[in-house]
Design a binder for this molecule. Structure first.
Ligand code: F6P
Length: 546
């Protein structure tokens, strides 16, 4: 992947120029009645409205030129073949292989990645059938009623988001245990029947502190409740690249599902890490998730850049951030089912593109990564939308609405859709003081009163947003939505010239956490930490805990 400085490209200069005298979004919309059609993209399982981005045809062309000059055509092709996109970890990047058709073949270090995936999918399917049909039995011979995924980060957020989106399982009930905070285990474990619960240790590295700690806690919990060491294999399976560590934990090989170095944790929901989805909802549902992701992969690989959903979504947000100065990106799913989507996307976007140096180690010269946040509409409207409408912090937003409801209360869905569309409109157009004043006067307020009231009720608008209309909330649409964002992140990282696939930034905190843990628990008190405030906090903590 190139580590070109994008700001040196002619298209970047043209964009900087174009950002200068850009009209208000309301004026752009009013000036062009066909704008919706020209900025609409139809992609697998969804339609995207990009007409409320603050751009025009010229800006869009410069952005596409920027992507081309940065090497998008080669890069998107290479994402489907052996590549070296993650040089700092010496790994290829091949999450597209996770949903590639069986007849495809990608050689990674002499092994066929696609064949390995299909072999693993076969095992995942067998395991799923065995648990769901009741062939797999717990220590006392009873069937499995609950599944607990022990994992964090990418080994948690994707499957949790999808399971939550799909609603009640028709198989075992699926739970997630992620945090080192013992509250999670303390609340969950008493609700479970140890003899009927299957725990999945999901950890690419099998070395993550939270996951190891939770797994050990659960193992003790099972042993204390009469499960013998020999019977533990009836209650644990693991997903990892680290077969040796999983074996050391005491799991036989048949209880292990493989994972591969060429899948980043945050790109792993369509890998064996998706096991909780299959266990809860059936292998066919998981297959549909993969099919949806595959359809978006193919769209990304093959569609022209000007009609390419991930590419244009990436370019729109790069434009907003690097040229229009937005400071954060709100993901606003008007879908309770997508409650966990912002959490999932936070890891995907912020762990991938939160980088300050390009792939060659040189410092970036523009803002990279995006502060992403959000939660479901309409709840957010009654919480933070006030700041969005009248505050001073520049932002962009993504609205997501499903065309089909996942319930029978149709009138609720119409209201939900109405509010989603209304918020996007107000973000774009705002309301001028003159408009407010005229409205108030029309309602009978005196001119003077209306003039005084107007500034408090006016809103600037001019906030760019994309609206994603999903066909439905089924697994194929979810798969497509996931791949849409994976590729969006890829395109942005590629243009910024950074490595979107390592995460060295999280390592120092882990090391220091271990040192401080030593200080908290051993006799030397705070002596282990170099930082005086940390030492003082350690002392205080030890005093209070005695
Ligand atoms: O600490 C960050 C991270 O490495 C993520 O990238 C990853 O998804 C998560 O931890 C969990 O890692 P693992 O699956 O190896 O336990």
């Amino acid at each position: 992947m190139s580590s070109l400085d994008p700001t040196s490209l002619p298209a970047w200069q043209a964009l900087a120029e174009g950002a200068r005298d850009l009209p208000h979004l309301a004026d752009l919309l009013d000036a062009d009645p066909d704008r919706f059609q020209r900025f609409r993209i139809d992609a697998p399982r969804m339609r995207l409205d990009l007409s409320r981005q603050r751009w025009d045809d010229g800006i869009r062309s410069h952005l596409v030129a920027l992507a081309k000059d940065a090497g998008i055509d080669a890069a998107r092709r290479q994402l489907f073949e052996a590549n070296t996109f993650n040089p700092t970890e010496g790994r290829a990047v091949l999450h597209t292989a996770l949903r590639a058709p069986a007849q495809a073949s990608i050689d990674v270090d002499g092994a066929d990645a696609v064949a390995a995936v299909h072999e693993a999918l076969g095992r995942l399917r067998t395991l799923t059938a065995s648990v769901r049909s009741g062939v797999w039995r717990g220590s006392t011979g009873r069937t499995i009623g609950d599944v607990v995924n022990i994992g964090i980060g990418g080994s948690f957020l994707g499957p949790a988001m999808v399971c939550d989106a799909l609603g009640d399982s028709d198989g075992p009930k699926v739970h997630f245990l992620a945090n080192i905070d013992g509250t999670e285990a303390a609340r969950l474990l008493p609700t479970l029947d140890p003899t009927r619960t299957l725990f999945i240790i999901a950890s690419k590295s099998f070395g993550t502190l939270e996951t190891r700690t939770n797994a050990l806690t659960v193992r003790s919990w099972l042993l204390e409740r009469g499960v013998t060491p020999e019977e533990l294999r009836k209650h644990f399976v693991a997903i990892s690249t680290n077969i040796a560590a999983a074996a050391e934990f005491g799991l036989p090989e048949e209880n292990l599902l493989p994972l591969w170095d060429w899948v980043g944790g945050r790109y792993s929901v369509t890998s064996t890490i998706g096991l909780p989805i299959a266990l809860g909802h059936g292998y066919e549902v998981f297959e549909r998730l993969l099919a949806g992701a595959r359809a978006m992969d193919e769209h990304f690989r093959d569609a022209p850049l000007t009609a390419n959903a991930p590419v244009l979504l990436a370019l729109a947000e790069l434009w907003n951030q690097n040229f229009l100065g937005t400071e954060s990106h709100a993901v606003l799913p008007y879908a309770t089912a997508l409650d966990l989507l912002p959490d999932y996307l936070q890891q995907l976007e912020m762990e991938s593109n939160g980088k300050s140096v390009r792939s060659d180690g040189s410092p970036v010269t523009t803002r990279t990564g995006t502060i992403l946040w959000g939660n479901v509409g309409t709840n957010g409207q009654h919480a933070y939308h006030q700041l969005l409408h009248q505050g001073t912090a520049p932002f962009s937003a993504q609205f997501i609405l499903s065309m089909a409801a996942d319930h029978d209360f149709d009138h609720h869905h119409d209201w939900l859709a109405a509010h989603c569309f209304a918020q996007a409109e107000v973000f774009a157009r705002g309301r001028s003081k003159a408009e407010v004043q005229a409205e108030l006067e029309a309602k009978g307020m005196s001119a003077e009163e209306a003039r005084t009231a107007a500034p408090h009720r006016a809103m600037p608008g001019n906030h760019p947003s994309t609206t994603v209309l999903l066909d439905d909330l089924g697994p194929a649409s979810l798969g497509a939505l996931i791949a849409l964002h994976e590729h969006k992140v890829f395109v942005q990282g590629m243009i910024w010239g950074i490595n979107s696939f390592d995460q060295w930034g999280v390592e120092l905190g882990k090391v220091l956490g271990t040192t401080i843990h030593g200080a908290l628990t051993d006799a030397q008190g705070g002596a282990h930490s170099v930082d005086p405030t940390t030492r003082a906090l350690v002392v205080l903590y030890r005093e209070r805990r005695r």
